[in-house]
Design a binder for this molecule. Structure first.
Ligand SMILES: [Zn+2]
Length: 194
């Protein structure tokens, strides 16, 4: 009887360990996929500013698969349109006179044609790159700005929260002229300074 109890005890421990410890370890890995959370990297190099966003698609779109109907197709296009209008998403210090040079959007489950700027969305590249149902998916976006008066550049106001209500928090990292820093952004705290 004692041995049986001891056996049951260790079996329960094993179950608790496998249930409790494993998911925790996964959640703390860098780049873990958590809905509501995104990461932003800002790199300033002289007159050039590069901003990169990595986000679960759910934050931006409300679903994480290739569009299955016209309504979902339109949602993807509307999201892409907003992300291409980076001047309204990121307000760099006005005196620095920064101009958006390029924007690139990528997602494993969305066809490149759907993510292209409205002007050159050809039918040719409209086929999904992968069809993965019931799997999480992310979007990676990179914007390049060029500033006419880089010495005036002091920070950026991030307006992603206004455009995407699924976004609750952004872990931001800045690599700028004064070194590296990090900040947590939320709808109530949207400014990055460097
Ligand atoms: Zn997800």
């Amino acid at each position: 009887m004692k041995q049986l109890l001891r056996f049951m005890g260790s079996a329960v421990m094993a179950v608790m360990l496998s249930l409790g410890v494993m998911p925790l370890a996964g959640a703390h890995e860098p780049g873990a996929h958590v809905h509501g959370l995104a990461t932003l990297e800002v790199a300033i190099d002289g007159a050039a500013v590069q901003i990169s966003l990595d986000s679960p698609l759910d934050n931006l779109l409300g679903f994480e698969h290739a569009p299955r109907n016209e309504k979902e197709r339109q949602s993807v296009k509307a999201m892409a349109l907003k992300l291409h209008q980076a001047d309204t998403l990121f307000v760099l210090t006005p005196a620095a006179q920064c101009r958006l040079e390029s924007a690139r959007l990528e997602s494993a489950v969305l066809a490149p044609g759907l993510l292209a700027p409205a002007s050159d969305s050809g039918k040719s590249s409209d086929t999904p790159r992968a069809d993965s149902s019931d799997v999480h998916a992310e979007l990676a976006a990179t914007w390049h700005f060029q500033c006419a008066v880089p010495q005036a550049l002091q920070g950026v106001e991030v307006r992603l929260f206004q455009q995407f209500s699924g976004l609750k928090r952004i872990d931001a990292a800045v690599a700028g002229p004064k070194g590296q820093s990090s900040a947590k952004l939320s709808p109530k705290s949207t400014r990055l300074k460097w």
